[in-house]
Design a protein around this ligand. Sequence first.
Ligand code: GDP
Ligand code: MG
Length: 445
Amino acid sequence: MVLERLGSSLKNVLKRIAGAGLVDEKLVDEIVKEIQRALLQADVNVKLVFDLTKQIKERALKEKAPAGVTEKEKLVNIVYSELVKFLGDEKTEIKITDKKPFKIMLVGLFGSGKTTTCGKLAKYYMKRGNKVALVGLDVHRPAAMDQIMQVGKQINVSVFTVKGEKDPVKIYKKFEPEFKKFDLLIIDTAGRDALSKDLIEELKKVHDAIKADESLLVISGDIGQTAEKQAKAFNEAGAITGVIVTKLDGTAKGGGALTACSATKAPINFIGVGEKVDDFETFNPKGFVGRLLGMGDIEALLEKTKEAISEEQAKDLGKKFLSGDFNFLDLYEQLAAVKRMGPIGKVMEMIPGFGKLKIPKELVEAQEGNLDKWKVIMQSMTKKELEDPDTITRERIDRVAKGAGVKPEEVRALLKQYRQSKKMMKMMKGKGAEKLMKKFKGIGG
Ligand code: GDP
Ligand code: MG
């Protein structure tokens, strides 16, 4: 798995959110610190890390959970979406147009993985129905021509190169008439130990002759955040349109390389995740972060944030409530739904019969203040106790209070609230709203 360590650290952050009692500033601070630690370990640039976590914290504290979304889900979504933005947000696909041939040129330093990636790219586009050929223009390393021939043979594509020729432009010109037969040319170029004037000049010369549609910088993920310098330099030399980050399988520093490249504005198009020809993927920030976080169904979760709890659902809850036939679990669900839907007054409006009542504002506010505490208390109860609160003994009240970090009186107050609500709902079923109102006022105090 790519970036295994980063992934497991980030998964722990999510676990932490899931296991937390309440989403408050303390929790947000804790998870922000854990995210920082995880990203710094993956060699992400310090400034980038702090910018990201500042943004997460601000949003977590400022934004309200949309209707239908719990505070925890909101927080997970913020972490997810900020990480996606961090990695460039949208997937940047290279569309092979009808022009024959479309040309992709790979550039980069020695050993970054250019030649290997030529084979991977070729296979990727062959699978999508394109007729592909490779062109070997690495004239500096004696073994380079043999290597690309081998790559071509392995995946069964034509390779055009001239062993011993020192001028890359000559090689290209020699075969140019034949290239029209192909949909896509993938052109391998020479590297250097470091980005030198000499390399830039050679690339410019080759580019002028070829007029590549895409020039992709191949960069090794194991150099971590120093990838930024390289990506920037190649970008400023006008030499690249995108980036391929390789060797993400074998390094803990990949987070640094990916984020550094994202920061340079040249999009990451593909990633290399192994030595074999199929160890290659398009780079899609959403899918990538989703996998890192271990959220296969992140899409579903995101959908949920968009959906408000429907009026229909609210009515169903209301009906159950009104029948007087509800237990603690229902109350808990009700509270959670209430939290999600916003102000309690609004919820009351949606429940049949309640809309016409004028519930005193103070009462509404008092109840809202209690909701969070009640939630924590209920989380300390067993399932059986939630289903049948009458089974809760005095000792259990003390235990629950301890578990929730509240006073036993507060647990008793909640039990009282439950019994009163239940009684109230039964009453409401039979008798008029007038009488109910009187009772209702009693609860607030
Ligand atoms: P070039 O000098 O830029 O052409 O680099 P090469 O294509 O010759 O690759 C250099 C080394 O990196 C080779 O041993 C490749 O097998 C290895 N390599 C390339 N891409 C990957 C990758 O995604 N993962 C791993 N583990 N190794 C890779
Ligand atoms: Mg090579």
